[in-house]
Design a protein around this ligand. Sequence first.
Ligand code: AKB
Length: 304
Amino acid sequence: MERILITGALGQLGQEFIKFFNKNNTYVLATDIRSPLKVLSCDFEIADAMDEKRIDYLIKKNNINVVYHLVAVLSANGEKNPFMAWEINMKSFQNIINLSINNGIKKIFWPSSIAVFGTKSNLSFVKQDCILNPNTIYGISKLAGERLIDYYNNKFDLDIRSLRYPGIISFDTKPGGGTTDYIIEMIQSLKNEKEYTCFLNKNTKLPMLYIDDAINGTIKYMSINKINLRVKDAYNITGFSITPFELEKKLNELGCSAKVIYNSDFRQDIADTWPKEIDDSTARKDWGWKFDYGIDKTLKVVFK
Ligand code: AKB
């Protein structure tokens, strides 16, 4: 029986993983550095993933045997304080791996991101294997994590797995401090008939994925026999790609008439180094990855 620790559990992905595991009667201990605003459907402890002793205590106390380590400072927030972002992203990662080795935990999930790519790869369609030269501290930390996953998996016989998530679209739980966040902000503003100022240029195409696809895909990936996984660090996955202007048009078609103003800021520079489309054929081949929600189905959920 899996007994799962989720770190950074109150973020965009964590709360959705909790819902999934809860439906499947899997034990979850959720941890974060702040208290939840509403009661969670699992055990919860305030704990900083940087605090090795506290996490060690919680792992032992709750007989944890799987970790979903979701703590991360995202791309835009990372640029405001790169030293802090590196420290949080990498120290917490190192702690979790070290604690896993010491406590006999073999299975770990750690999200990577489309931020690992950079201008040296063909950004109009990034392959699974291409030159990775990230330009943000977030992307650099994700790339470092990917390399460490490969290294630790070999050296310590661990089973750390990772996916390069594109922008994740969710409405119950929101992200914070990312470059792809605009998509959620625009949908919600226009749905509420509020003018929206978009921080990206209207033609900035980025890959996106609806939250249900992200959760179901991750769970499927984690359940696959290791022997079938040819990629030893992180798999490309994606749903659909869209520009802010294409999204605005879709929202107009759904009856939203509030204005969108395009006023790009520093996040444009980040987006300009990220892929427009992702080649996820390796994930499709190796473990049957596929998405279910395109943009129209995603918007249907919001406008139902
Ligand atoms: C971000 O925008 O920083 C994240 C990501 C794509 O990893 N949503």
